[in-house]
Design a binder for this molecule. Structure first.
Ligand code: NAD
Ligand code: ZN
Length: 383
């Protein structure tokens, strides 16, 4: 039996947290959310959490500012209604929206190696829907821009069907919402991209939720040493719960951190995963891998004008540099199985959730992240 929402086909008026300008606290406003167009679905968001990518584009330092805008991309919800041509989803389905999509038809979606869908890959500057180049959010007719096609800081949002993963209806949405970005990204960066051999040494740069999920992946893969690197020493205690065995704070040394790591590991680590967004950390993460076989994986989102500078001899010496969005998972095909890893207790999510706030206090989640306090803050939309 399919659920029927009486709002189907109607404009919904609901609460959304609107960012009116760069770095300005979000304001809870009543917005109008238009019905989904062809190949779109309208979701009722129940839980959302804050990822650092939202914060970068909200601060808009070194990024293109697009305002007013509704941020948010790490979330869980229920399908309210579907647009023309949508056959895979129906009202009532439990779903995770994802910032990068899977059309299932392009060369990337058909390739086993790529999750960079031609149609729906991440686009942080576009604030409109693909279908008609228009917006689904407004306030008294004034347009409010979308963010990465998800805009989950709203009680209702419209998303392309290719950016929606249907998941086990038994999965608790207040936990698995963190799989819609950060935790899957970190886990996949290690398991799918860095692929550390059993017994290897892995360095993780940045011990936020993404980095600690990458550490969790390293532990699952059987790494014997997991070295956490962070400028915030308060991260170190918490990181032990995620299998991090040693810590390095670059501020404690007066030489580059890649040299510190080389000394600790007889020439370099076997794998490194960068989860900071800092260009310096990206370069260190590459240079700290062992020559001959080391692989570095970049995950952090850089500034618009950043340039990666390293001596080519590092590449000649057979160090490999890689990068990934969403841990190379294809959202629709692979995310349901990541949810199952939580359901069968292979993956713990509770330890990533350090704060919870009602929707009315969403700005607190930003304060925690800016202060480097805690990992993920779950925002309860209904509260
Ligand atoms: P976070 O703010 O919770 O954690 C980042 C950590 O990096 C912090 O502990 C900070 O102290 C540390 N850090 C910052 N600069 C550093 C440096 N130079 N050296 C060492 N440590 C440093 O952020 P998060 O939500 O875990 O996200 C981490 C990064 O991953 C962000 O850049 C985010 O935009 C990015 N991200 C990328 C993807 C993707 O698909 N590629 C997905 C999600 C998030
Ligand atoms: Zn994210």
């Amino acid at each position: 039996m399919s659920t029927y929402f009486s709002t189907q086909g109607q404009v919904i008026r609901c609460k959304a947290a609107v960012a009116w300008g760069p770095g300005k606290p979000l304001v809870i406003e009543e917005v109008e959310v238009a019905p989904p167009q062809a190949m779109e679905v309208r979701l009722k968001i129940l839980f959302t959490s804050l990822c650092h990518t939202d914060v970068y584009f909200w601060e808009a330092k070194g990024q293109t500012p697009v305002f007013p805008r509704i941020f948010g991309h790490e979330a869980a919800g229920i399908v309210e209604s579907v647009g023309e041509g949508v056959t895979e989803l129906k009202p009532g389905d439990h779903v995770l929206p994802v910032f990068t999509g899977e059309c299932k038809e392009c060369r990337h979606c058909k390739s086993e190696e790529s999750n960079m869908c031609d149609l729906l890959r991440i686009n942080t500057n576009r604030g409109v829907m693909l279908n008609d180049g228009k917006l689904r959010f407004s306030i008294n007719g004034k347009p409010i821009y979308h963010f990465v096609g998800t805009s989950t800081f709203s009680e209702y949002t419209v998303v392309h069907v290719g950016c929606v993963a249907k998941i086990d209806p038994e999965a608790p949405l207040d936990k698995v919402c963190v799989l819609s970005c950060g935790i899957s990204t970190g886990l996949g960066a290690t398991l799918n991209v860095a692929k550390p051999p059993k017994g290897s040494t892995v360095a993780i740069f940045g011990l936020g939720a993404v980095g600690l999920a990458a550490a969790e992946g390293a532990r699952m893969a059987g790494a014997s040493r997991i070295i956490g690197v962070d400028l915030n020493s308060n991260r170190f205690e918490e990181a032990k719960k995620f299998g991090v065995t040693e810590f390095v704070n670059p501020k404690d040394y007066n030489k580059p951190v890649q040299e510190v790591l080389a000394e600790m590991t007889d020439g370099g680590v076997d794998r490194s995963v960068e989860c900071t967004g800092s260009i310096n950390a990206m370069i260190s993460a590459f240079e700290c891998v062992h020559d001959g076989w080391g692989v570095a994986v970049l995950v952090g989102v850089p500034n618009k004008d950043d340039a990666f500078k390293t001596h080519p001899i590092n590449v000649l010496n057979e160090k490999t540099l890689k990068g990934t969005f969403f841990g190379n998972y294809k959202p629709r095909t692979d995310l349901p199985s990541v949810v199952e890893k939580y359901m069968n207790k292979e993956l713990e999510l509770e330890k990533f959730i350090t704060h919870e706030v009602p929707f009315s206090e969403i700005n607190k989640a930003f304060e925690y992240m800016l202060k480097g306090e805690g990992l993920r803050c779950i925002i309860h939309m209904g509260a």
